[in-house]
Design a protein around this ligand. Sequence first.
Ligand SMILES: Nc1ncnc2c1ncn2[C@@H]1O[C@H](COP(=O)(O)OP(=O)(O)OP(=O)(O)O)[C@@H](O)[C@H]1O
Ligand SMILES: [Mg+2]
Length: 586
Amino acid sequence: MIGTKGTVVAVNGNMVSARFDGAVSMNEVGYVKVADKKLKSEVIRIRGEICQLQVFEITKGIAVGDTVEFTGDMLAVELGPGLLGQVYDGLQNPLPQLAQAAGYFLERGVYLDPLPEDRNWDFTPTAHVGDKVNRADTLGTVMEGAFTHRIMVPFNMYGSYTVSKITPAGTYKIRDTVAELTDDKGRTVPVKFSFRWPVKRAVDCFEERLKPEEPMVTRVRLIDTFFPVARGGTYCIPGPFGAGKTVLQQITSRFADVDIVIVAACGERAGEVVETLKEFPELKDERTGRSLMERTIIICNTSSMPVAAREASVYTAVTLAEYYRQMGLNVLLLADSTSRWAQAMREMSGRLEEIPGEEAFPAYLESTIASFYERAGIVRLKDGSLGSVTIGGTVSPAGGNFEEPVTQATLKVVGAFHGLSRERSDARKFPAIHPLDSWSKYKGIISAEKVDYAHGFMRRGSEVEQMMKVVGEEGTSIEDYVIYLKGDLIDSVYFQQNSFDEVDAAVKPERQIYTFNKLLAILASHFTFPDKNEARVWFNRLRQKFLDYNGSHWQDDRFKEMEKDIEEAVKKQSTGLDKAAEHILA
Ligand SMILES: Nc1ncnc2c1ncn2[C@@H]1O[C@H](COP(=O)(O)OP(=O)(O)OP(=O)(O)O)[C@@H](O)[C@H]1O
Ligand SMILES: [Mg+2]
């Protein structure tokens, strides 16, 4: 079959307009031919016999009259074993291999197979000849690292089939045939170990969507205890330049309690991306003892790549996430930064001369962001198992102003908001999540009542602090001053977490619950001091003890010694308990 052909009639930056004859559809892939190269592009608008394509490569050299070849296929990714551990660009080209073939990010028009074709996979069939199957049903499995990778009926094979042939157990390669399926009209279709799926369509082969309820533990105290994220939920991390968005995502990608992590680094500075690439394979996953990279996929587009590639990368990433969810796994997708993606949208929208919305972003900014986050979710699969995709995206608003359109559009759809604060990052209070501005709609690892009680001290402590700035310490009562010191204590020993300390960097939920209760008992105690100076000195000492406690290994001698020390100090100083707190401490 000869595909539709077109001719370039205009070039505007990254966008090419082409006149075509035949049929062309939205999001179809076309190749613009320039010299001996074919540049991958996607149809983003069709008007009569003219269509616009966004070109995923630098458009230098394209001229009016050049040929466009349409493929009839949507922008798609290849799904199959061998995705884990890969580093891809937004079009699923494996970057290390691309670098070998063409030099890092240099040559355009070079596209490589996403999955290693010569790798061997030990296949175990689970389907039998005569079985009735539908799309996404499992035909057999291979082991991919520590995971059982399901070889499934391609998601685009709608209708029902009968297994007419199944490959016996043995060693195979990705292009081998795994089964033959016969449809109700007697047509037989061979199925391979991999298949393609269009990135802009959500994978929908599950029985039902469930409400995200179970916490996805990150081992960051401020998140798990105060602003939790649920498995299958969504959250965003807006923060000004350099406030710690990327570091926080890196910590999360290492320690979050999920099976697979997909990092979409879209439009980050090239140097930062290279850092990630160098560091990741060396990190160990403490659960498996293997390289962290074995359960990670990195999609990266640096800001030096054309904007259209950034757009593709978030969709590629979420599609890969949905694929692994289909295997009953918990997947975490981290997108850094979604602002760069939104800027790409703005740029294309400008080229299309669409009517601009707020700050020149397209009017569909909100719905596009919403439909991306809606691809998160915890689902019950047909075999009864559960799988989840959790999405966390950073936003980098200019000047750290959260009122701008991308932050606002994201806030409307996510379930938790971890707002980073310039003030806190400047004071090197990390993670710089603002404890008063942030929120979460999800259930955490500790009861809301206890959390609210503790949070109250933070809030009131901050009010006292503001007041002290006006009236001075002398104008503040000793009672208020103690509240301020208690707020400061929570901040120092619980909110802040030392990411360079071997122990404190990641805290397991049982330890969070345990130390939180210890802290709660301190907050609920009444203390009387002769003057503010003594109060301050006492709290300083307590804080130091608590920090040592945080830094000691869970339940070892040092830990127990520090705990005893803290409890004795509190007992000696305390004059009773807050009546209102008695029942939550019980
Ligand atoms: N949890 C942390 N512990 C210690 N230092 C941190 C932490 N988070 C951030 N930093 C410091 O802040 C710097 C900037 O952090 P990061 O690169 O994550 O910011 P960002 O918000 O991603 O910035 P950009 O807007 O440029 O992408 C880091 O290089 C590090 O020095
Ligand atoms: Mg960053």
